[in-house]
Design a protein around this ligand. Structure first.
Ligand code: TXA
Ligand code: MG
Length: 352
């Protein structure tokens, strides 16, 4: 299959951009697949109400079909049609965070096929704020099922080039909307339980949810790496976000971390390995590796969220087979950053 690639600027959706979006919408209506930007990561979209489309999504990603997809909508009225009833909490959360990087789990209606929900009676729903995504959902007719647009197990794409790398020849179209703003997948909150529960941390933090809902819990498997429990979001059980090389997170005070990483890096480089190091704006100049990249600044951890997956991909492209990363503060969005980083590292952490 030939994959068409088009560029659209989110802040300049003119008539020719709308033509592309309409065409993309039609491709999905006809059962085809389109990768497109959202504010979190790029999504791989298909018609959420068509079981054949969902099957194609699993096949294109190489994803196990028991791992449900998120249904993307562009208005609240459309949510009402695909769930049994909209819980009060959903209206509150929608008011506060939609459109935006929050996914809510509700009990599904008959309209949503089991193929889309991986066999579950619940459905994950998100209203993205990216303007290209919003127009695309409208053009498609209302319901786009979209996992992250990567081959299963690779870091989620934050620029279109990585969608091309993973999906070229497997899908009908890729829309390039530039680098995404957030860089980590949406926060997922389950509203089918008594106390709403965070199943995946993201840009919308525990504190932000708590302020709106009063009471929120967190799936224990997110906080406790050694938990024997099964994560409630099926996708969270996989070693996601994995770079090709071996990543170690180094935790401790700044001087010890820098010393440890430099010593290890030198050792590996002498053995012929290529070593990539993830630091911050303040520390990068202190490291010696084959590639040293700043994830951003600790003063604003959103900068780190935005760059993290991109750096892991770049290290892959540059052939780094050994990687070290500093550890980050787990408050606020840091919880999502560390959740993804720990998975990328296969929970390999060194305390110095
Ligand atoms: O930011 C995002 O959420 C991106 C963009 C494209 O919107 N999408 C995304 O999709 O990250 P994906 O498929 O990579 O991750 C979806 C996660 C998986 O961990 C899946 O198991 C969980 O959501 N999920 C989906 N439906 C669920 C359900 N009914 N119950 C529990 N977990 C669910
Ligand atoms: Mg994913």
């Amino acid at each position: 299959m030939k994959t068409e690639l088009f560029k659209i600027e989110e802040n300049n959706i003119d008539a020719s951009a709308m033509e592309i979006i309409k065409r993309a919408g039609q491709i999905m209506k006809d059962g085809g697949l389109v990768a497109f930007p959202t504010e979190t990561v790029y999504g791989l979209g298909g018609d959420a109400l068509n079981p054949e489309s969902s099957k194609k999504i699993y096949a294109a990603k190489g994803r196990p079909s028991d791992n449900p997809l998120i249904v993307h909508v562009c208005c609240m009225e459309d949510v009402e049609k695909i769930v049994k009833s909209v819980p009060e909490a959903a209206y509150k959360l929608a008011d506060a965070f939609w459109p935006g990087p929050l996914t809510m789990i509700m009990n599904k209606s008959e309209l949503v096929p089991m193929e889309t929900t991986g066999g579950l009676e619940t459905v994950a729903i998100r209203m993205p704020s990216n303007k290209i995504a919003a127009e695309l959902i409208r053009a498609e007719g209302g319901y786009i099922a979209a996992p992250s647009a990567n081959i299963s197990g690779r870091p989620s794409p934050t620029i279109a080039r990585y969608c091309v790398e993973d999906l070229d020849g497997r899908i009908e179209m890729i829309i390039d909307g530039g680098q995404v703003g957030i860089g980590l997948e949406s926060t997922i909150v389950d509203l089918t339980v008594d106390v709403p529960m965070i199943l995946r941390p993201g840009y919308v933090t525990y504190d932000m949810l708590k302020e709106v809902l009063g009471e929120v819990s967190i799936d224990k498997t997110i906080i406790d790496a050694n938990s024997k429990l099964k994560p409630k979001a099926p996708g969270m059980k996989y070693r996601h976000y994995a770079p090709k090389g071996e990543l170690t997170i180094v935790e401790g005070n700044q001087n010890s971390v820098v010393d440890y990483i430099n010593t290890e890096a030198q050792k590996y480089r002498e053995q012929g390995h290529k070593v990539g190091i993830i630091g911050t704006d303040d520390t990068c100049r202190l490291y010696q590796g084959d590639a040293v990249k700043s994830a951003g600044t600790r003063d604003d951890e959103a900068t780190i969220a935005k760059e993290l997956f991109k750096i892991l991909r770049e290290f892959d492209d540059e052939g780094m087979d050994i990687m070290f990363s500093e550890s980050f503060d787990e408050s606020g969005i840091g919880q999502a950053i560390m959740n993804r980083l720990l998975k990328a590292a296969g929970h390999h952490v060194v305390h110095v």
